[in-house]
Design a protein around this ligand. Structure first.
Ligand code: F6R
Length: 615
């Protein structure tokens, strides 16, 4: 995720763009840049770091004059966050300049072709490839910028929201969208371009949201024309009157970042498998795994180190690695592992999981494992983070920035990437048949749609939250793949509502926790159809006979649990190994709504921080 802003009109562009970038920083904040047309040339300044760092640097580097400009705040995907990889990017001639939010998946082949035609590249980004492709089309066919953008985009596979201008045509900006958002604010003889409406809400309430595969040329003092990228047909612009205030926009219309991030899970999961899982070809391609396949295949065991929610994702991975790839797995709290003189050597492969990539205990566990000769593979969300740099290899989740302190989309995207790794290894080891492999890929591809379906229960979950919001204790039970989900459900409730909650493997209940059960104890039980369904139903009967209040998380159409439970929340059916990606959704929503009803600070719960960089 990145934020893009542009302006063309009669005002000074710089303050509008700078303020707009600050508002879009929730979308990414590892580097930022601005390009302005000063009346004769493009003036550009960019830097690694936040928008405030850019502000300091830019004022020393370039004049801030000009009524046309574009700006970008980055959340790195291709290329580590540094000054060179920051946007905007020039074309080789220096005539064109671009900002881009998205991923160009076929950039490597395009880059090779362009190199063969004499183009050179300063950065590691897919974006620099795109701007040179546009320049190449423009030069070869002697075309105007708009047409060249259109032709170039028809050669591109991936997602984009772009804004491009040409210093030789300084009265227009060309914008286009596929997959990533792009809004155009329409003022009096001026246009604003942005990833969402927050950068221009105080200037105009009139906006057009481009649809996928649409492009527009915004010209100073002229009407806006929108075209389809594929067939060049004109589209009637639909101008919306914005009803929203600034505060809402920054959270994308949601009351809290946590809720927004819960709802981002369908796209975050898709972004995480996109380009790595080719369903029709039945292929999984993960560069970090491919390059180190021998290490994975020769490992005696895999040791997973992580903390908190990431540790829970590690527990889900333990089930799937052992189940599919038949590799022994141990999952360790990084904080315990680092201090207990673990037996570990060069035949071990360690996977470190961390959303932030900055968790001190996980970082220390990695260093310890490396010092003992183990190969360490990282699963991180934040590109270029300390853990991403410290590990020998890795794979990023593409969840986008997670701002709410309670982790939600990080968890499901971690499970997604770990599932891909397990499947890839299972294929390489021959422990999965090709038909099962294909089935997993097809099911994984359907998960985002099924998460959307699971999210539809929100209103029903709110009613359950209302009933249990004043309880002081909560139990969460699950078996097999859904035992870690029970732990994660309990953690979510604890951290944002401050209600005491425990997660247990359902069968462990009778070894102690059953003593807690009476008519005042709510118990969320994950009882989906696959796996140990009958056994979990027996556990539910045990709770029922002790008068506990049962909230069943069940597969659509379930009958048996419905007869026993006080409430049921349905999720769509999927393969057992993929069920945590669905069963976790209602538990996130339940804890969210209880915390909201209790008036807690959902996004910044007391005593917690988004990344724990101290022991
Ligand atoms: C829970 C939560 C924490 C983190 C833990 C690890 O909602 O956010 O438990 O999961 O602090 O953080 P990362 O994944 O950044 O290493």
């Amino acid at each position: 995720m990145c934020g893009i802003v542009g302006y063309i009109g009669h005002r000074e562009a710089y303050p509008i763009i700078l303020k707009g970038l600050k508002r879009l920083e929730y979308r990414g904040y590892d580097s930022a840049g601005i390009a302005l047309y000063d009346g004769c040339d493009i003036k550009l300044s960019k830097t690694k770091g936040k928008v405030v760092d850019l502000e300091d640097k830019l004022l020393k580097e370039i004049p801030t004059v000009g009524s046309l400009g574009i700006g970008h705040t980055r959340w790195a995907t291709h290329g580590v966050p540094n000054d060179v990889n920051s946007h905007p990017h020039y074309s080789n001639s220096g005539n064109l300049v671009i900002i881009h939010n998205g991923i160009i998946e076929n950039y490597e082949s395009l880059k090779t072709e362009l190199k063969n035609r004499g183009y050179s590249f300063k950065s590691d980004t897919d974006t620099e490839v795109l701007i040179n492709l546009i320049e190449d089309v423009m030069k070869n066919d002697n075309l105007k910028l708009g047409k060249a953008v259109q032709i170039a985009l028809n050669q591109v596979v991936g997602a984009y929201a772009i804004a491009v201008f040409d210093k030789n045509k300084p009265n227009e900006i060309v914008v286009a969208k596929l997959g990533s958002p792009l809004a155009i604010g329409i003022g009096d003889d001026e246009f604003f371009i942005a990833s969402d409406a927050s950068p221009f809400i105080e200037y105009t309430k009139n906006a057009i949201y481009l649809e996928d595969e649409e492009m527009a040329i915004v010209r100073r003092g002229k009407d806006l024309k929108i075209r389809k990228i594929k067939d060049d047909s004109l589209v009637d612009p639909y101008i919306q009157e914005l009803q929203i205030n600034l505060e809402q926009i920054e959270k994308g219309g949601y009351d809290h970042f946590m809720l927004k991030e819960i709802y981002e899970q369908p796209s975050a999961i898709k972004d995480t498998y996109r380009g790595r899982m080719l369903v029709n070809e039945a292929i999984i391609k993960l560069a970090g795994v491919e390059d180190n396949m021998k290490k994975f295949l020769n490992a005696d065991r895999i040791i997973i180190v992580a903390c908190g929610t990431s540790w829970h994702a590690g527990l889900v991975a333990e089930y799937i690695f052992e189940d599919l790839a038949r590799i022994p797995v141990e999952v360790e709290y990084a904080s315990e592992f680092r201090y207990r003189n673990p037996v570990i050597n060069e035949k071990d492969l360690v996977i470190a999981i961390s959303q932030s990539g900055e968790t001190a205990d996980t970082l220390a566990a990695i260093k310890l494992a490396k010092s003992k000769g183990a190969f360490v593979f990282g699963v991180c969300n934040v590109v270029g983070s300390s853990i991403a740099r410290e590990t020998n290899a890795g794979a990023y989740t593409h969840a986008g920035p997670e701002i709410g302190v309670a982790s939600t989309k990080a968890f499901t995207t971690q499970i997604t990437i770990l599932t891909l790794i397990a499947l890839r290894l299972a294929r390489a080891k021959g422990t999965i048949s090709s038909s099962d492999f294909r089935l997993y890929l097809m099911e994984l591809e359907m998960i985002p749609e099924k998460v959307i379906k699971a999210l539809e229960s929100e209103e029903h979950i709110k009613k359950i939250a209302e009933i249990y919001k004043t309880t002081r204790n909560f139990l969460y039970l699950g078996r097999g793949y859904n035992f870690p989900v029970a732990l994660e459900g309990a953690l979510k409730l604890k951290e944002i509502s401050y209600i005491h909650a425990e997660g247990y493997p359902a069968a462990e209940m009778k070894h102690g926790p059953i003593a807690l059960i009476d008519e005042n104890m709510p118990i969320a039980v994950i009882a989906t159809k696959k796996g140990h369904y009958e056994k979990v139903v027996s556990n539910i009967q045990e709770i029922k006979s002790r008068k506990g209040k049962i909230i069943g998380i069940v597969t659509e159409g379930d009958v048996s649990v419905r007869e026993l439970a006080d409430h049921v929340i349905e999720v769509p059916e999927t393969l057992e190994a993929l069920s945590p990606l669905l069963t976790t959704i209602p538990l996130q929503l339940l804890s969210y709504h209880i915390a909201v009803m209790l008036g807690k600070n959902v996004d910044q719960p007391r005593n917690l921080a988004k990344s724990v960089t101290v022991e």
